[in-house]
Design a protein around this ligand. Structure first.
Ligand code: RBZ
Ligand code: NIO
Length: 353
């Protein structure tokens, strides 16, 4: 893949004719019609993505993209910036929430340095794609350049394309780590939704009322200083986004280009997915939202994307934790489609209900 244009051009919509074939099978399985709820919609979408009713999703991988944010200096997070690299260390040790939940789901985790503010030791087992040493404070000017945003998008996409092609991964998840990154995520959402900043901004790591006011004001200032154009998703990403958000968006594009399903995590990962879908609307066909984040803006994101979150557990963590829980459900949907016998195959009396 040489450039972003080529990547976006290579994304084909999912095949609706396979969705119809899937519904025909789902509706003739030995159970009342519609009895497996959202699992059936997931199964039908998987058929359209894979152009098949015989789908294997056992090889699963989450990319946890890490990056720092200049806007942290405005006091928008309850934690200091050094926690980003400290958590990256915890991830490679297998100590964190994402490690526990991914192990539980039989999912591999790859941690990517997209833009951590410090140099990470050479013996850390991470993927090194650093675009820059953290973003600039976007209340004073753009978070990064357009070239850096494009580089981040391509890096994220290439990681997924390679993982699918060279290692045979069948289901991709996206997660984030970056102190202060709920702030750029709300900023991105404000641009695309046009909603008042205070309405779509949340407490992130658990900030108090005073820090919340600072956070809202920082986002409002960023929007007026940078004037990101909602018609130009790369402009939005560069001016009020982040390095890991670029990687998260790129990962969705890479999955769509590879015709594999991708499950995004919560507020930050969905902000990345939003950028991806604005760049390549067909990428939405490959996307699943793992869960409803506790961040209030997340509902606005899922409404814009017109995708229902799979789970709603009141989680508000990130790291890919929601993706880790939902990916086995997506895998289960593929098994439902393939393995449940039809009334005819099983010789069970069908009343058509
Ligand atoms: C110890 C710790 C582990 C985390 N794991 C994910 N996040 C989450 O919290 C951060 C976003 O919230 P805010 O915008 O308020 O900083 C991100 O790093 C996100 O992944 C964590 C945050 C902390 C403190
Ligand atoms: O939903 C998320 O991803 C999230 C919410 C709050 C803090 N960190 C991450």
């Amino acid at each position: 893949m040489r450039d972003l244009k080529e990547l976006i051009f290579s994304i084909e919509p999912a095949d609706a004719s396979w969705e119809e074939k899937a519904w025909n099978r789902l509706k003739s399985q030995i159970r009342p019609r519609g009895s497996l709820g959202l699992l059936e919609n997931i199964a039908a979408r998987l058929a359209a993505i894979k152009r098949s009713l015989d789908i294997e999703l056992s090889k699963k991988l989450i990319f946890t993209m890490a990056g720092d944010h200049g806007v942290a200096e405005e006091g928008v997070s309850a934690y200091p910036q050094e926690v980003t690299s400290q958590m990256v260390f915890a991830f490679i040790q297998g100590w964190a929430s994402i490690n526990v939940l991914a192990r539980h789901g039989g999912i591999d985790v790859r941690v990517v340095d997209m833009g951590v503010a410090s140099d990470l030791p050479e013996d850390w087992n991470i993927v090194r794609k650093k675009i820059r040493y953290g973003t600039a404070n976007f209340t004073k000017g753009p978070a990064m350049t357009r070239e850096e945003a494009e580089k981040g998008l391509l890096a994220g996409a290439e990681l997924v394309v390679k993982a699918v092609k060279e290692e045979g991964y069948q289901l991709i998840g996206t997660g984030d780590m970056g102190i202060a990154n709920t702030t750029p995520s709300s900023a991105i959402l404000a641009v695309f939704s046009g909603r008042p900043v205070a309405e779509i901004t949340g407490r992130g790591t658990g900030i108090d009322d005073q820090a919340f006011q600072k956070k809202v004001q920082a986002i409002e200032r960023a929007l007026s200083v940078n004037s990101p154009s909602p018609e130009d998703p790369i402009d939005v990403l560069a001016k009020v986004g982040g390095c890991e958000i670029a990687g998260l968006a790129g990962a969705v594009l890479g999955a769509a280009a590879s015709k594999v399903p991708v499950v995004c995590d919560g507020f930050i990962a969905t902000a990345g997915a939003l950028i991806a879908v604005k760049l390549a609307p067909a990428a939405k066909d490959y996307l699943f939202i793992s869960h409803r984040s506790g961040e209030p803006g997340h509902k606005v994101m899922s409404d814009i994307l017109e995708l229902p979150p799979i789970l709603d557990l009141g989680m508000r963590l990130g790291e890919g934790t929601g993706a880790a829980l939902a990916m086995p459900i997506v895998e289960a949907a593929a098994k439902v489609l393939k393995e449940i016998k039809t009334f005819e195959e099983a010789g069970v009396t069908d009343t058509g209900h």
